[in-house]
Design a binder for this molecule. Structure first.
Ligand SMILES: *Cc1c(COP(=O)(O)O)cnc(C)c1O
Length: 351
């Protein structure tokens, strides 16, 4: 592959001088710090948060790398996955000129971020069984195409995208990046692309602490790619994009992989039980195979079931207006009690 990262990055970004923070210019830990206009007395909170946090989150990356099978220099941390999604678009796509390819039905943020940046979005629908239409995707690639977003396991459908198909897209896209969003990878047996990144210079992988790690409120997303691309993302991010409280909590608790393993096991088991129970109901037409912590379920009349559940203060996601998801609700897997509650309600539902 003759991939050349410099050629897909917007020219003005290659030449711009990034903001240089106090913590960039002096990286030592010991001393009397009178360089960042911090409050030396302390904080208005019981714990002290008066010092700016590490702009590159080195301590967390050291701990994430062995868990994910990569080097710390291959990791970018963002304020949720939303941040690397936005940054990769701003890094590569010239507004009103370049385009990205997305594969609906899929996660909404790719299109929103592109649209905010006035970047054109090409949509190539998934097939009926929610797999890649490889020929149509390759056909749609043009010289102005910079990014192709592939979500696997896909949201809102829940299924894994066929690995061979992803590899074919990677092989056929030399002048842009394939972004593989693995937000739900922890719930599946499918191997991540992260350990293979050295073989794929044109791939960026997204993962998150919001799902299997149960840390959605901390807002911590991860992007993994070659060192050169990570450096460019660091160049354009806000200097202190990961706040100090998030960094501290992560460093203290990242060894708690038992929580992740146990909650994945519990939720995957609950998913299986919920799917079995739902499949016995006459109002349910289809339950789509899921490798994530949710189920896409097709009903005879999804909107009516959705409204009924809302009345009972039980909230699922109505995806029935989404292409290829007609009459479907996306149901996050709850605790055993929550799933039983949901089942009791849908069993009592009268159309
Ligand atoms: C939930 C989710 C994310 C994670 O978003 P955060 O901003 O990290 O909370 C990313 N991609 C997909 C497809 C998701 O469903």
């Amino acid at each position: 592959m003759t991939f050349n990262l410099q050629s897909i990055v917007r020219k003005h970004i290659l030449s711009l001088a990034p903001y240089s923070s106090a913590r960039d210019e002096y990286t030592g830990k010991e001393g009397i710090f009178l360089d960042a206009n911090e409050n030396p007395i302390g904080s208005a909170t019981p714990e002290n948060w008066n010092r700016y946090p590490d702009p590159y989150q080195a301590a967390i990356k050291e701990k994430i790398a062995p868990i994910k099978g990569c080097r710390p220099t291959q990791i970018f941390l963002g304020n949720g996955s939303d941040e690397p999604i936005d940054l990769i678009i701003r890094l590569t796509c010239e507004p009103k000129e370049d385009n990205i390819i997305i594969l609906p039905p899929t996660y909404g943020m790719y299109e929103v971020s592109a649209s905010v940046n006035n970047v054109q979005v090409q949509k190539i629908d998934l097939t009926e069984d929610y797999q890649l239409d490889v020929d149509a995707i390759i056909e749609a690639i043009n010289p102005k195409t910079k990014l192709i977003f592939i979500c696997s396991p896909n949201n809102p459908t829940g299924n894994i995208i066929n690995r061979e198909a992803i590899l074919t897209i990677i092989d056929n896209f030399e002048h842009g990046l394939v972004i593989i969003d693995e937000a739900y990878n922890d719930f599946s047996d499918e191997p991540s692309f992260i350990p293979e990144l050295d073989n794929f210079p044109n791939v960026m992988v997204l993962q998150t602490f919001s799902k299997a790690w149960g840390l959605a409120a901390l807002r911590l997303g991860m992007a993994f790619a070659n060192e050169e691309l990570i450096k460019l993302l660091n160049k354009i991010k806000y200097p202190y994009n990961i706040n100090g409280l998030t960094q501290k909590l992560l460093i203290e608790n990242i060894a708690n992989t038992d929580f992740v393993v146990n909650s994945v096991n519990t939720l995957n088991n609950n998913r299986k039980l919920l799917a079995e129970s739902l499949s016995e109901l006459s109002i349910v037409e289809k339950i789509f195979p899921s490798d994530a912590n949710f189920l896409l379920v097709k009903f005879q009349d999804a909107k009516a079931v959705f409204d009924y559940l809302i009345e009972q203060k039980t909230i699922v996601r109505d995806r029935s207006k989404v292409k290829l998801c007609d009459n479907s609700l996306r149901i996050s897997i709850g605790t055993t009690e929550e799933n039983t509650h949901l089942m009791n309600l849908v069993k009592a539902y009268k159309s």
